[in-house]
Write a protein that binds this ligand. Structure first.
Ligand code: GLN
Length: 279
């Protein structure tokens, strides 16, 4: 007989990962809630759960991210399907959603037009659509695989009416004269030489979603220049960036003539996002 207690007591996985993986299996096979990790921790588990557990455990031991093993990840107040074709949404990226929502609320925009550049799984675009039922949102990505996952997420969340996913590089697929209230992006900003790219969970993620294969700044050079054409006069530009890119990117924004440049910090206290306006 094998129980939850025995599994958690003997696995080589980090406890937090083991609990999440096991809770998923208990829900899937037995319809048990998360609390059963404690309340039923001495019950014998059926072979179906144990078999899947062994598979999950060995995949995680081989380094695969928990989100890819489960095929899902929570982001803001939505659940997203994720697969190795898309970056796993990070909690710090929720900051962009919050900033966009508060801008729209403050400006009391009635039918917000929003553009999400490098949408990946659609995380930012979908979280905004979910929380702004009047908004129309375009999500751009260069990866066909990512767009298929984003579109599937839109379907699963019942948000297809609000979203249009387009394939291309940054502003390339955007219709000329389009005007947005918010342009938001979490681009691939890790520099090519960064050793993080070849360690931990990042090894399993699409490299094109993580790095520009250059200095980590090239997406911003395009976005800061081009966004000026596509933003409404009172609109907001909003980007996430790496832990050490805040000052260089603030300078780049100022150099491109952006005004009201503001630094935003993530929950770890790291300067993680910048916003700017045209005037
Ligand atoms: N924040 C991610 C990481 O450091 C990178 C995501 C990105 O490049 N946009 O793992």
């Amino acid at each position: 007989m094998t129980s939850i207690k025995e599994i958690l007591g003997s696995t080589a996985l980090e406890k937090v990962d083991a609990r999440v993986l096991l809770a998923h299996l208990l829900e899937k096979h037995l319809n048990w809630p998360k609390s059963s990790l404690i309340s039923k921790d001495s019950d014998a588990l059926p072979e179906s759960v144990l078999n899947d557990w062994r598979i999950f455990e060995s995949r995680r031991l081989a380094g695969e991210p928990v989100a890819y093993i489960l095929g899902e990840k929570s982001f803001y107040n939505i659940d997203l399907k994720v697969a190795p074709g898309v970056l796993i949404p990070r909690p710090e990226t929720e900051l962009l959603v919050e900033l966009a929502l508060s801008h729209i609320e403050r400006a009391s925009t009635s039918k917000p037009q929003i553009l999400d550049l490098g949408t990946g799984s659609g995380a930012i675009a979908l979280a905004l659509a979910k929380n702004l039922p009047q908004a129309q949102i375009q999500g751009v990505d260069i990866s066909e695989e990512a767009l298929a996952i984003a579109q599937e997420n839109a379907k699963l969340l019942g948000l297809t009416e609000q979203l249009h996913f387009l394939k291309g590089s940054w502003f390339e697929p955007i219709i000329e004269n389009s005007q947005f209230d918010v342009i938001v992006s979490n681009p691939p900003y890790i520099r090519a030489q960064d050793h993080h790219l070849s360690s931990g969970d990042l090894r399993f993620e699409p490299v094109g979603a993580l790095t520009d294969h250059l200095d980590g700044l090239s997406p911003y050079r395009v976005i800061f220049k081009e966004a000026k054409k596509f933003l409404k006069p009172q609109g907001l530009l909003l980007v996430e960036h790496g832990y050490d890119q805040s000052s260089i990117l603030s300078e780049l924004l100022a150099h491109e003539g952006w005004q009201d440049i503001q630094i935003h910090f993530d929950l770890a206290g790291i300067a993680r996002a910048l916003s700017a306006k045209l005037r």
